[in-house]
Design a protein around this ligand. Structure first.
Ligand SMILES: *[C@@H]1O[C@H](CO)[C@@H](O)[C@H](O)[C@H]1NC(C)=O
Ligand SMILES: *[C@@H]1O[C@H](CO)[C@@H](O)[C@H](O)[C@H]1NC(C)=O
Ligand SMILES: *[C@@H]1O[C@H](CO)[C@@H](O)[C@H](O)[C@H]1NC(C)=O
Ligand SMILES: *[C@@H]1O[C@H](CO)[C@@H](O)[C@H](O)[C@H]1NC(C)=O
Length: 586
């Protein structure tokens, strides 16, 4: 959230106003039983989930059916300890206003919002207690509160964005990003999480004796090239803690019912976090290390390891981008803990979305935000677009190509791409829809392609040691329209895996070593557009050689045309016009 007094004053003002309205509303309902509107200012939180364990009827398999947009209380500074907390007077009904990837993505597009933005919205409060017509103001308020949380109905057209959060967060720009986190092992409803001591989980989290290869500390050190740090000094593991199975929990001025024996919904997720943090605050009285981590009130990670019997149908769910004082992730333990699920959820907190292919939300096997295979507790790092999005890696020298880098006479580059694990300068970005990399350059809607080379590392704990064998020594091509910006929530799309053969190859090249992207007519006035052809020249243990060719047309030209006279290879088929069958039909 933005830390300026204007916005928190605004939030307070609105929260106060809303309470007043809730009061009036309760009064009004006593008289005429009508719905009463309240207006609130709320903070948006987007949650992204990993893999439904059960397909939901009527939804495509492997779509993220548990993604949500939630409305939360804005945060204010607590004057007693100087820590950002949900506004205690807030009467924003904690609500899910979108569910499933399609709805969440449509919502984000429509309002251009990400986690941490503030919206104004109007709720109608339904009166369910028709016979409740006695009681003083205090009673009315309680009734209003109780009604509010279950009976608040959002007026869909009432949403207005009041503030976009532009605070720089977690894109690497030169100083290491030090993560602070508390990981809770929790038990409830007679169910136990599989880790009976903090020590048992530490082997998945830290590079200590007996740790798994892909422990989180190594994951971050290796995959981020030392740019984001997960250090045991700043990560506390707490538990097992015993939480309530059902009850009520307060948030802001409202109380909510939760019942973990029956559901795994917004209220349960909220209670688990608050319940665990409350117990940890008590433990912190005699544990200065824990105390200093809990006092960290800027983007602190809170990861919850849940018992396998929970009613949650996801492998994991997390706040997409970390804003305000905390961001959450919840890990289901129905299947044995796999480090790539931990990393997946933590990287949602870091700002990343899912990595897909075609219609498959998690269809990209080259990225842990996609269809990471069970990694054998090894390290599986990000694809090129996501490494670039958070500043972990960048193009090779001469590897950022825009339209101006190509001419019909020089439309082919031969480039050596090092294995992603060997250096953080390891990708080629081709953007022929843009006239230059500078901001404000003219552009058209055209895919931005990312080329990288992935090698399954055999060194213990090495970069991509958890990469699937099928992708070993592979040139991979992604499409990504995102930017290197905390507000960017775009998904990356895998388009081809090759080396030397592409799985998605151009049939005009029987050797299958050429991939051709969709063609947009070249505009000679703007110099933008055309098509991209990528040929894998060779692959080796630590680098690949590729040929990147910009197509100015799909065929060389008509026989006798000016194009056929100019002796160029405008269609990137490897034949100059004089030798191209397009120009010389038999
Ligand atoms: C909450 O409301 C009470 C009563 O109006 C007020 O005294 C208090 O300062 C408010 N708290 C915050 C954090 O705004
Ligand atoms: C607290 O942290 C220090 C320094 O990292 C460490 O030496 C010490 O063992 C920790 N104490 C506890 C109780 O974990
Ligand atoms: C494999 O990992 C080791 C250790 O992290 C690293 O030095 C080496 O460059 C990696 N090799 C490749 C091909 O990624
Ligand atoms: C080609 O680019 C020019 C200059 O940007 C633009 O005015 C024109 O509309 C474009 N032509 C087509 C067919 O897109």
């Amino acid at each position: 959230m933005a830390r300026n007094s204007y916005s928190s004053n605004l939030a307070l003002l609105c929260a106060g106003f809303a309470l007043l309205c809730a009061l009036c509303g309760a009064q009004a309902r006593k008289n005429n039983l009508q719905d009463s509107p309240i207006q609130v200012v709320a903070t948006v939180k987007i949650m992204r989930s990993y893999r439904s364990l059960k397909a939901i009827r009527g939804k495509r398999a492997f779509r993220s059916t548990h993604d949500t947009v939630e409305l939360h209380c804005p945060e204010v500074i607590d004057p007693t300890d100087g820590i950002w907390k949900p506004d205690p007077n807030c009467s924003v009904p904690l609500t899910r206003i979108a569910r499933g990837d399609d709805e969440v993505t449509a919502f984000q597009r429509r309002y251009n919002v990400i986690s941490g933005d503030k919206i104004a919205a109007t709720f109608d409060i339904r009166n369910r207690r028709k016979n409740d017509n006695n009681g003083d103001a205090r009673r009315s308020l309680r009734t209003a509160r109780e009604n509010l949380v279950t009976d608040a109905i959002l007026r869909p057209d009432s949403i207005q964005v009041v503030e976009r959060n532009n605070e720089p967060k977690e894109v690497y720009t030169g100083s290491p990003i030090q993560l602070r986190a508390v990981v809770y092992l929790v038990d409830f409803c007679g169910w136990k999480n599989p880790f009976r001591s903090a020590q048992a989980l530490r082997t998945y989290l830290f590079s200590e004796n007996g740790a798994v290869e892909g422990n989180m500390q190594n994951y971050y050190r290796t995959c981020s090239y030392g740019k984001t740090i997960w250090d045991p000094k700043y990560v506390a593991v707490v538990g097992p803690l015993q939480l309530d199975c059902k009850g009520t929990v307060a948030n802001g001025a409202l109380r909510y019912n939760f019942d973990a024996s029956k559901s795994c919904d917004t209220n349960e997720l909220m209670y688990w976090r608050i319940g665990a943090d409350t117990q940890a605050q008590k433990l912190a009285a005699s544990d200065p290390n824990l105390s200093s981590i809990l006092q960290w009130s800027q983007r602190r990670r809170v990861m919850m390891i849940l018992p396998p019997e929970t009613k949650c149908n996801f492998n994991g769910i997390a706040d997409a981008s970390c804003v305000g004082s905390i961001c959450r992730s919840f890990i289901n333990t129905k299947s044995p803990l796999d480090v790539n699920v931990l990393f997946h959820e933590l990287q949602h907190n870091h700002g990343l979305n899912h990595a897909g292919r075609n219609e498959l939300e998690y269809g990209d096997p080259t990225d842990p935000m996609g269809d990471s295979p069970a990694s054998g507790q090894k390290v599986h790092c990000h694809n090129a677009p996501y490494n670039w999005r958070i500043g972990w890696a960048r193009p090779i020298a001469g590897g950022l190509l825009t339209a101006a880098n190509f001419t019909p006479a020089a439309n082919r580059f031969v480039l050596t791409i090092p294995a992603s694990g060997t250096t953080d300068m390891n990708m080629v970005i081709v953007n022929m829809g843009s006239s230059s990399p500078q901001a404000g350059a003219s552009f058209i809607t055209y895919p931005k392609y990312f080329l990288s080379f992935r090698v399954r590392n055999v060194t213990f704990g090495g970069y991509d040691s958890g990469l699937s064998a099928a992708i070993n020594q592979a040139v991979v091509i992604h499409k990504y329209d995102g930017t290197m910006n905390d507000r960017d929530a775009s998904k990356s799309t895998l388009v081809a895996i090759g080396g030397p053969r592409f799985d998605s190859f151009d049939p005009a090249f029987p050797a299958r070593d050429v991939w051709t992207g969709p063609f947009t007519p070249f505009n000679s006035t703007s110099g933008l557009g055309g098509g991209l052809r990528v040929k894998v020249v060779s692959v080796g243990p630590s680098s690949a050689v590729v040929e990147v060719c910009r197509m100015y047309s799909q065929t060389e030209g008509k026989p006798g045309s000016a194009e056929c006279q100019a002796n160029l290879d405008r269609d990137c088929d490897g034949k100059m016009a004089s030798l191209d069958s397009d120009c010389n039909p038999k």
